[in-house]
Design a protein. Structure first.
Lengths: 205, 562
């Protein structure tokens, strides 16, 4: 990389992450606030790596019950039938709803795994001070942030189904334990991507 | 930059960020879930079905007494493609029940004459149910093709086996009746090694006490229509047995204090109630031919039914008939060495009809008990034995050139009064003459003296001569038709005296009407004493072909015995 390029940090400047105002860095015990919007200013997000790691591990652990336990229970003619995420997808495939099956597969299985794996890859690359593929890593992080909000889709599907399909004992759908774990996975991955400071990618460059 | 102001102490960040609580909590939750799932893990069992129709992965349950206790988690076809392996996960409480003899089968809706069962499966789909068994724990089972046993097989009932030649119209679920009340039902049936049908029967607890070791079971299936010479009989048990078949049982009266039956006891299943009632000692009778002997004909002794014929078949060598019969137990003392069996048939002869009742009641077998050791196989006689009852009369033997028309039971006449019977005949050892044994009734025994003359009184004796004219002589009418023997005993005095006396007396009646003379017969003149001496048993006489005139005129006074 271009060694002569000056970073904001080297120039003693700070960027507000909320309003993107550029301020000069001042040392001191007091908190730095954006004079413009009042947001907290960090040179780097405090303790970012540790937080991100903790949240990543949390989501990784919660992924197991989220996928192995039934996510919703379909009651049909009094017969309760609990379904895990995979079983739900199988159902949609069997009934020919390939589109819905693909969406749910992406939103519920691929995306969480992609998110967790992607952030982990970036984290490792920073800690190992890999100096290649910097742009790609940034791009990947951007994608992760973008799709993060869609990973709640599964929870939405369940919420909508529970509300719509409620015919008493004839047919009804109730959420099962995995829904909670799945929501927890989604939340912790979103938090993990938030606590991560992208500037760290370029740090060692 | 130099300054008096002290610099802050720079310390590396100690401890760990509180954010790490999150993964720890997640780990705890996940660990707890894992622990729970291991602890609550079901028992995986494979059940092999011939046909897994209606079984769905993740849907079909194992239901026991209405409780779902297992779920089909996987289906796979066996390697040889001949059956289906069904993987079932049981709740862990079922642990104790999955033993070697536990039986599984599929419940599907079934409509039968007895009713509709498994109706719930129409909506919910078929399910698997089970009957816990004993034995070591087992994880691999083979499902039954059909329900093994009625679920009503309550504990405390009695499980017994019936052995039958033929299942007939019985089927699983056919009911067992005691005095017409439903007492149990058929659980299952199978063939044993000997080709007999083994029927597993469950007797309800309430009736378990009623089954004794001596109980008799019989098939009450359908309507029994029995027609024969003795009339016809229609019998039916409960209406449901018309269609489903059924079994009845009773306890023979003489077996009241017999021990109660235990689980697993075997009983014979009789074809019908008659056979069950007649059941007793099985005997085998060997006859030359089966004419007149049918299944179910009676065996009577002194006119009372004591048994029945079960089967009539050719013996192995095809030289005769083997009749299997059963004699009621209380009469088994009749079955001894020397017991003779023969068939009683109606006979119509010139001299009259005999055993006419058998035309109506059918032929029957009768017997004359012997005195030997108990025995089970007897030779049946082709004809009634010549010597029916032990007689206490005087037994004498007549030797004749020819037998003539004499046969057993022919009468022996004295003055045309029957005083005895022919009991039998045989050829003498050197075949020169016929030996006829005769029994003279006791009161008449004194009539036979050493000098007595016997002659064949059969038929009509016609003397025809040119000078004397024709003379027809007969004994009684019966003897004309049937034959017979007559005898006379001479007096001590010359025959002529006797003859004159007889002529004057003009018949026996005249003589006997004089009580005085008859009374002091002992003191009558010497001429009226019979000649010769009284004979003993076994005395031999010659049987003449015809009488001489003079013999007919002999009429000594003889005091009759008692």
């Amino acid at each position: 990389m271009d060694k002569e390029r000056l970073t904001a940090r080297e120039a003693g400047l700070l960027n507000c992450l909320d309003c993107h105002m550029l301020t000069t860095k001042r040392d001191g015990a007091l908190q730095m606030r954006c004079p413009h919007c009042g947001a907290r200013l960090h040179l780097r997000k405090s303790n970012g790596m540790a937080r991100t790691w903790a949240l990543l591990i949390t989501s990784l652990i919660l992924l197991l019950p989220a996928n192995l336990l039934p996510i919703m229970t379909v009651t049909y003619l009094g017969e309760k039938e609990p379904n895990t995420i995979i079983e739900g997808i199988e159902h949609f495939i069997q009934s020919g709803d390939y589109f819905i099956a693909i969406i749910i597969f992406f939103a519920s299985i691929l995306v969480p795994i992609f998110k967790v794996a992607g952030i982990m890859l970036i984290m490792i690359s920073i800690q190992k001070r890999w100096k290649t593929w910097l742009k790609h890593r940034t791009l990947m992080f951007r994608i992760i942030k973008f799709i993060g909000r869609w990973s709640m889709l599964d929870i939405f599907v369940i919420a909508v189904m529970v509300a719509l399909v409620n015919l008493g004992t004839l047919t009804s759908i109730t959420p099962a334990p995995a829904a909670t774990y799945f929501a927890a996975v989604v939340i912790s991955t979103i938090l993990a991507s938030n606590t991560f400071d992208t500037r760290l990618i370029w740090e060692g460059a | 930059m130099e300054s008096n102001i002290p610099e802050p102490e720079m310390k590396s960040r100690s401890g760990i960020s509180p954010i790490w609580i999150l993964p720890i909590v997640a780990l705890l939750v996940a660990g707890w879930i894992a622990y729970k799932s291991i602890v609550d893990a079901g028992i995986k069992v494979t059940i092999r079905f011939d046909n897994a129709q209606g079984i769905e992965k993740g849907k079909t349950r194992v239901i026991y007494r209405g409780m779902p206790i297992g779920l089909v988690t996987n289906l796979s076809i066996s390697e040889d493609f001949k059956s289906t392996e069904v993987l079932v996960e049981f709740v862990k409480e079922a642990h104790e029940q999955l033993r070697k003899n536990t039986r599984f089968w599929m419940v599907a809706p079934k409509i039968s004459l007895k009713g509709i069962t498994g109706l719930e499966t129409i909506l919910k789909g078929n399910y698997i149910t089970m009957l816990p068994g004993d034995g070591p724990e087992e994880r691999h089972f083979v499902a039954l093709a059909k329900p093994p046993a009625s679920l009503s097989a309550e504990p405390g009932g009695l499980n017994i086996q019936l052995i039958a030649d033929n299942l007939g119209s019985l089927s699983q679920g056919s009911e067992v009746y005691y005095k017409g009340i439903k007492a149990g039902e058929i659980l299952d049936f199978s063939l044993n090694d000997q080709g007999k049908v083994i029927i597993d029967v469950h007797i309800d607890r309430k009736f378990a006490q009623r089954v004794k070791k001596s109980s008799r079971f019989y098939n009450v299936s359908g309507i029994t229509f029995e027609a024969g010479l003795s009339g016809f009989k229609v019998s039916a048990e409960a209406l449901s047995t018309l269609m489903m078949g059924g079994i009845g049982f009773f306890n023979p009266e003489h077996a009241k204090d017999i021990k109660k039956a235990a689980n697993g006891d075997s009983f014979r299943l009789f074809k019908n109630i008659d056979l069950a009632e007649q059941e007793g000692k099985r005997i085998t009778l060997l006859f030359d031919e089966a004419k007149g002997i049918y299944e179910k004909i009676q065996i009577r002794y002194k006119g009372v039914e004591i048994g029945r014929v079960f089967s009539v078949e050719l013996n192995k060598e095809i030289t005769g008939i083997q009749v299997t019969a059963s004699i009621q137990k209380q009469y088994r003392s009749l079955l001894r060495e020397g017991t003779q069996f023969w068939l009683v048939e109606p006979s119509l002869g010139l001299a009259g009809a005999k055993n006419l009742e058998t035309i109506v009641t059918g032929t029957y077998i009768t017997l004359r008990p012997g005195k030997g050791k108990p025995k089970r196989t007897f030779k049946g006689l082709g004809a009634p034995p010549t010597y029916l009852e032990p007689r206490k009369g005087l037994k004498i033997i007549l030797i004749a050139e020819r037998l003539g028309s004499i046969k057993a039971n022919d009468p022996v006449y004295f003055r045309q009064i029957k005083v005895g019977e022919v009991t039998g005949y045989r050829l003498s050892k050197d075949a020169t003459s016929a030996i006829i044994s005769v029994d003279i009734e006791n009161p008449y025994a004194p009539l036979v003296r050493t000098t007595s003359k016997f002659w064949n009184a059969s038929g009509i004796n016609i003397d025809f001569s040119l000078f004397k004219g024709a003379k027809v002589r007969t004994e009684s009418m019966q003897s004309i038709l049937e034959g017979g023997i007559a005898f006379a005993t001479p007096g001590k005095v010359s025959a002529t005296t006797e003859e004159t006396k007889f002529n004057k007396a003009k018949g026996v009646v005249l003589e006997e009407s004089k009580p005085k003379e008859a009374n002091d017969g002992g003191q009558t003149p010497i001429a009226k004493q019979p000649s010769g001496k009284p004979v003993k048993n076994g005395a031999k006489f010659v049987l003449h072909n015809e009488s001489k005139d003079e013999w007919l005129k002999w009429r000594p006074k003889i005091v009759l015995g008692k």
